[in-house]
Write a protein that binds this ligand. Structure first.
Ligand code: 13P
Length: 344
């Protein structure tokens, strides 16, 4: 089983390839559609995602797998083909978000800290998702930084849930994406890059301890971390070179080399910032794992805008998506250059 999982994990982080996070919950996709004035319906969500999954060049050459939402893994394209078959035909691996969201953590810091839920009935849900074609899964834990937080209670609870999720995934023949996200945006994002470093290092250390305790095979997982970066509201923003340097330093001190790959979330970075930072990280080189992207917003924002909910804009939307996927593919190889953006 571990060998099979390792093969999938390696394919997810194959050279020059990364993951498209298209697993926005119904609430989140509504927010995205609101921003372009499109009503979120089952059909409009299908049309939008079908557009992405039928962007053949991107899906074949730059995207290894797609994280889906429960609705999407069951949905059919306009011509009746399942969306899972559409992406499989393009050579992409279907994945599935299985957490049920970050919920308020009861206790002393209620109202700020969260714990991600979704463990109840997860074994049964994973068996069904495997049948529907999913070969990897995602669970996102959220860690908020303030002057006095995160609390040990929050870090521990989230890391423990991530490990229980990861062990259940591997039992089901599904590769877990383990995502402990230290937030850079939101209401409490005034922290410096140094503070982000400390909290990210701490969080990842606890996560790997919990993964060990739960017997998770590191060869059969992918880590999806935040980059080490200043909070969006911090007056002192770090340079891309500093982000790359501290991110690599942090990962080297916390992530065992048995982990085949690290696929970052974009977390609120601009499209180009997420690409540049990834490229600089890979330029540092000599890393024991593949380092790539698992972007949601930074891969989709341009495509969403170009599409605007209109059938006649499908080619433009696919073009915008393919461009970002290509730029991030180059970044995953440390080969992105700013002037390539203009060639679009
Ligand atoms: P962003 O890249 O928009 O942060 O989303 C990635 C993701 O899947 C978060 O769970």
């Amino acid at each position: 089983m571990t060998e099979e999982l390792a093969k999938i994990a390696q394919a997810m982080v194959a050279p020059g390839k990364g993951i498209l996070a298209a697993d926005e919950s119904s609430g989140t996709i509504k927010k995205r559609f609101d921003s372009i004035g499109v009503t979120s319906t089952e059909d409009s969500r299908r049309d939008y995602r079908e557009m992405l999954f039928r962007a053949d060049d991107a899906m074949k050459n730059y995207v290894s797998g797609v994280i889906l939402y429960d609705e999407t893994i069951r949905q059919k394209a306009k011509d009746g083909t399942t969306l899972v078959d559409v992406m499989k035909a393009a050579g992409s691996i279907p994945g599935i978000k299985v957490d049920t969201g970050a919920k308020a953590l009861a206790g002393r810091n209620a109202g700020i800290e969260t714990v991600t839920e979704g463990l109840d009935g997860l074994r049964e849900r994973l068996a069904e998702y495997h049948q529907l074609g999913a070969r990897f899964a995602k669970w996102r834990a959220v860690i908020t930084i303030t002057d006095s937080l995160p609390s040990w209670n929050c870090v521990k609870a989230n890391a423990h849930a991530l490990a229980r999720y990861a062990a259940l995934c591997q039992e089901a023949g599904i590769v877990p994406i383990v995502e402990p996200e230290v937030l850079m945006d939101g209401a409490h994002a005034g922290h410096t890059i140094e503070r982000c470093y400390d909290v990210t290092e701490w969080t990842q250390r606890v996560v790997f301890q919990e993964l060990y305790d739960a017997g998770v095979a590191l060869e059969g997982m992918v880590l999806k971390p935040n980059m080490v970066i200043a909070g969006q509201k911090c007056a002192k923003q770090a340079s891309p070179e500093q982000v790359a340097e501290l991110t690599v330093k942090c990962l080297k001190s916390t992530v065992p080399s048995a982990v085949p790959g690290i696929a970052f979330l974009s977390g609120g970075q601009s499209d180009e910032q997420a690409t540049q930072n990834l490229s600089l990280i890979n330029e540092i080189g000599d890393l024991p794992w593949k380092v790539t992207f698992s972007y949601g917003r930074a891969l989709q924002a341009a495509a969403l805008k170009a599409w605007g909910g209109k059938a006649e804009n499908v080619a433009a939307g696919q073009g915008a998506f393919t461009h970002r996927a290509k730029m991030n593919s180059l970044a995953a190889q440390g080969q992105w250059k700013q002037n390539l953006e203009k060639a679009a």
